[in-house]
Design a protein around this ligand. Structure first.
Ligand code: NAP
Length: 460
């Protein structure tokens, strides 16, 4: 069974769901296709009524949605509620702005007149991860449904109740059957979906391995795709950083969602003159976190999303140490039920240590001491990933100069990597390609069609 809800707080199985049968598969794909034939001809205003309503319902039922998430993947309840509200804002944002983003663009040919139109392309297949169970869905549903496409979505195996809740949300908001369809499918069935001629585009958020597999399949079928993959973002602290401001953000940047965020701060690259001060304050702040029930507002350290995630991360830390890294703190499972791990810091990670290039998807910070700004930039760029990163300095102009030299899709100055509905999100290198959110996010799966009028003399 691919889809199972376990509560990571106590490891208990809540509920399992069977993968869909071949008959159900056919019915769902055909409903999505049939819906597209009607939906593509609706006006932006008609689409906006449904998408905005979904956003409104999400806001009104924020606590109910948040509790499902906390129960299934362990996100602390306050963070869970904030994610639901954020997802609601994304839906509202696209309901409001889609028509403007996709309005025809006038071109200026030497002869005649021309414009680009943006039209929907069909059923889009989304493959999504568990770490932001609603935000990830809103990030595809908002733009692509407003653009006139329909969606079939494979959510992660550990969050089936979130997957169903989001599908029901759209139906409650008045969506026609087939507009947004949840698919409980295996990886093999996912390949069948990518191959299906009714599918016209594929978007995936997840690990590099999943991206490589699904992008290759999409490429074989000549289908457009966007990939939002992993990251190992640098958190660059320059000698003029305000540590009182920087440390709380360093903790937040590494520990938000128990460290399970693609654009979390993962590599702390600190200039030598402030390295000792940074490290001791950072360590003290991490040590102050207390494990507890993620449903309890007062808890400061939640569980990892699953037992499997915990076991994998513990092994990664052990391997890093076996290859020469120093474990400054943590590195062990917390002795209590559930998938809890101690906040951890690794230092002395040399380039020949596999950890140097790995993504640590949990509460493990990698710490690097460098001699100056140039060395910090060089180290930040010595990564297979290129998602985001941040620079901490009192000199904003300097921060911007450093940001320009780091090879990533996003850089933040005196603030942590984060997303907003109106700002494009995505990376380069192994972090993938394409952008979600903002104006760019809605342009990924539309046909950019040239229309030209030119009365030229007939040939001959
Ligand atoms: P994952 O194992 O790759 O899973 C992501 C999704 O892909 C799940 O729905 C998963 O299904 C599916 N999947 C995995 N392998 C597949 C395959 N071969 N064929 C079809 N589907 C496949 O990643 P994860 O552990 O859930 O999520 C963490 C990763 O996502 C991290 O690397 C993180 O950095 C990245 N991420 C990136 C972004 C971004 O915007 N760049 C945002 C969030 C997360 P199952 O659950 O059924 O295996």
């Amino acid at each position: 069974m691919t889809y199972q809800s376990f509560n990571p707080f106590d490891g208990k199985l809540i509920k399992g769901f069977s993968d869909i049968s071949a008959t159900e598969y056919e019915q769902k794909l055909s409903q999505a296709q049939t819906c597209f034939e009607t939906w593509r001809h609706t006006t932006y205003a008609e689409r906006a009524v449904i998408i905005a309503k979904a956003g409104k319902l999400l806001h009104e039922r924020a606590d109910e949605f948040a509790r499902i998430m906390t129960m299934e993947m362990g996100k602390r309840i306050g963070e869970a509620r904030a994610e639901v509200e954020f997802s609601s804002r994304i839906l509202a944002y696209y309901a409001k702005n889609a028509e403007r983003f996709l309005a025809p663009v006038r071109l200026d040919p030497v002869v005649g007149e021309a414009h680009m139109e943006s039209s929907p392309i069909g059923v889009i297949f989304g493959v999504e991860p568990w770490n932001f169970p609603y935000y990830q869905l809103a990030r595809v549903a908002g733009p692509h449904l407003m653009a006139g496409n329909t969606l079939v979505v494979k959510h992660a195996g550990i969050v089936p109740q979130c997957a169903l809740a989001f599908e029901k949300l759209l139906l409650d908001a008045g969506a026609p059957v087939g507009l947004y369809t949840n698919l409980f499918i295996s990886h093999e069935q996912s390949e069948q979906v990518v191959d299906d001629p009714r599918i016209k585009g594929v978007c995936l958020t997840g690990s590099v391995a999943a991206g490589q597999s699904i992008a290759a399949r999409a490429g074989k079928n000549l289908k457009i795709s966007s990939m939002e993959l992993g990251g190992s973002d640098a958190f660059i602290v320059l000698e003029d950083a305000d540590l009182e401001h920087t440390i709380p953000w360093a903790v937040w940047g590494r520990m938000y969602n128990t460290g399970q965020t693609c654009c979390a701060a993962k590599r702390f690259i600190v200039v030598d003159s402030v390295a000792d001060a940074f490290l001791s304050k950072f360590q003290a702040a991490l040590e102050a976190l207390v494990a507890g029930d993620p449903m309890d507002e007062k808890t400061t350290l939640g569980p990892l999303s699953s037992e499997a995630a915990l076991v994998q991360l513990l092994k990664q830390v052990d391997d890093a140490v076996a290859k020469g890294a120093t474990l400054l703190m943590g590195g062990k499972r917390i002795s209590r039920p559930g998938s809890y791990m101690q906040p951890s810091i690794l230092t002395d990670i040399k380039p020949d240590n596999p950890a140097f290039r790995d993504e640590f998807f949990g509460p493990v910070a990698m710490f690097f001491r460098v001699k100056d700004e140039a060395a910090a930039i060089a180290l930040a760029n010595d990564s297979d990933f290129g998602l985001g990163g941040s620079v901490w300095t009192k000199d904003v102009a300097r921060g911007k100069r450093v940001a320009s030299k780091v090879d990533t899709g996003m850089m933040f100055i005196n603030n942590i990597d984060w997303s907003d509905p109106e700002l494009p999100f995505g990376g380069i290198k192994n972090s993938g390609y394409g952008r979600e959110l903002g104006d760019m996010g809605i342009q990924e799966f539309v046909n950019k069609k040239l229309v030209r009028v030119a009365s030229m003399r007939a040939p001959g």
